[in-house]
Design a protein around this ligand. Structure first.
Ligand code: DAH
Length: 342
């Protein structure tokens, strides 16, 4: 009778454990077979009614059953915990064979590259870089550079005014000459790289562009036009290489006398003529000259005692010639397909 009950409980437990598929269900199973209200406890109650000889036998059988149930539960627990772990590992898994995200490296803008190269060359030639403000007064940008109000040469440089007739966006880097000459004593040799602004735009003109100004002043007779020509030729040779053709042309600027302009042969058409060089075969890249005595006087230097030369180089023009670019606007539209090439 007891044996039969034990067998029944055992058989039912073995059958039921099969369908236990998670740890929660296993706990319910444990409560059912080993908890306070479990059938196995009834066996023990029967113990009282049994004869003294029967008692140890019943007790032993109940213990065997209890041990067996505990073993079944422990085994199942191990299996379920392993399953659980495997599931979590699978859910958290990363596919290490997927291609990684590309790290896109930034590069220096071609104009920055050219500016840095220009500055490096002029440093080698003994020039010290200085800076001036983008917003200038009429005095520094025009007046002190021998360009009086209503003078026709103001029209050479269509101006963006911040305050009509007083404050403006500098149209060239030449005002830095005045700032330097007012604050430093010759002998001096400086370059002033920076942004300049003019109210025009086409394939060779942008409303914002860059110049590198150069200025050297010493006791009269120490620097001549020959030095000017030699300095600029040396710079161009270092920048473009020795086989690029350049030419000096007489020109006019209010702040230099005599004045010159320098052209480099057009690399787009090799001198045959195209839209970049306006069919001339040459591209103008800089203006230069011996400092006009009026400019020296404006900064309080006696033209009888001091002289020097100055130049202003168009950075975008140099970059176009160096890289073979035929539209200046490409530098400022920030098209990555263009910028990535440098
Ligand atoms: N400032 C002139 C321009 O932007 C360029 C220039 C010409 C600068 C002659 C100079 C110079 O220093 O001597 O057109």
């Amino acid at each position: 009778m007891i044996e039969e009950t034990v067998k029944n409980i055992e058989a039912k437990a073995i059958e039921e454990i099969e369908s236990v598929s998670n740890l929660e269900a296993l706990e319910a199973f444990r409560v059912k077979y080993l908890g306070r209200k479990a059938q196995i406890n009834d066996l023990m109650k029967n113990l009282k009614q049994a004869s003294p000889e029967e008692r140890p036998k019943i007790g032993a059988q109940a213990n065997v059953l209890r041990n067996q149930l505990e073993e079944i539960i422990a085994k199942k627990k191990t299996i379920l915990e392993e399953q659980d772990f495997a599931l979590r590992v699978k859910a958290d898994a990363q596919d290490v064979t997927l291609p990684a995200n590309k790290i896109v490296r930034g590069k220096k803008h071609p104009i920055t590259q050219v500016l840095e190269e220009m500055i490096a060359i002029f440093k080698e030639l003994g020039y010290i870089p200085v800076e001036g403000p983008d917003v200038e007064t009429d005095y520094y940008n025009f007046e002190a550079l021998n360009i009086p109000k209503h003078h026709p040469s103001r029209e050479m440089q269509a101006t963006f005014y911040v305050k009509e007739g007083e404050l403006l966006l500098r149209t060239h880097t030449s005002p830095v000459q005045i700032r330097v000459l007012k604050s430093q004593k010759p002998p001096l040799a400086i370059i002033a790289p920076g942004r300049v602004y003019r109210c025009d735009a086409d394939v060779t003109h942008s409303p914002v562009f860059h110049q590198v100004e150069g200025l050297i002043v010493d006791k009269k007779g120490k620097v001549s036009f020959t030095d000017l020509k030699g300095t600029l030729t040396e710079f161009l040779h270092r920048f473009f290489g020795k086989n690029k053709r350049v030419r000096f042309r007489p020109s006019f600027f209010p702040f230099t006398e005599p004045s010159a302009e320098v052209d480099v042969e057009c690399i787009i058409c090799d001198g045959a003529g195209c839209r970049l060089c306006k069919d001339s075969g040459w591209i103008e890249i800089l203006g230069a000259g011996m400092i006009d005595p009026n400019v020296l006087e404006a900064v309080g230097l006696d033209p009888e005692l001091y002289s020097g030369f100055a130049f202003g180089i168009g950075v975008e023009r140099l970059a176009m010639l160096k890289f073979g670019i035929d539209d200046i606007r490409l530098f400022f539209t920030n098209d990555l397909r263009f910028l990535k090439q440098f």
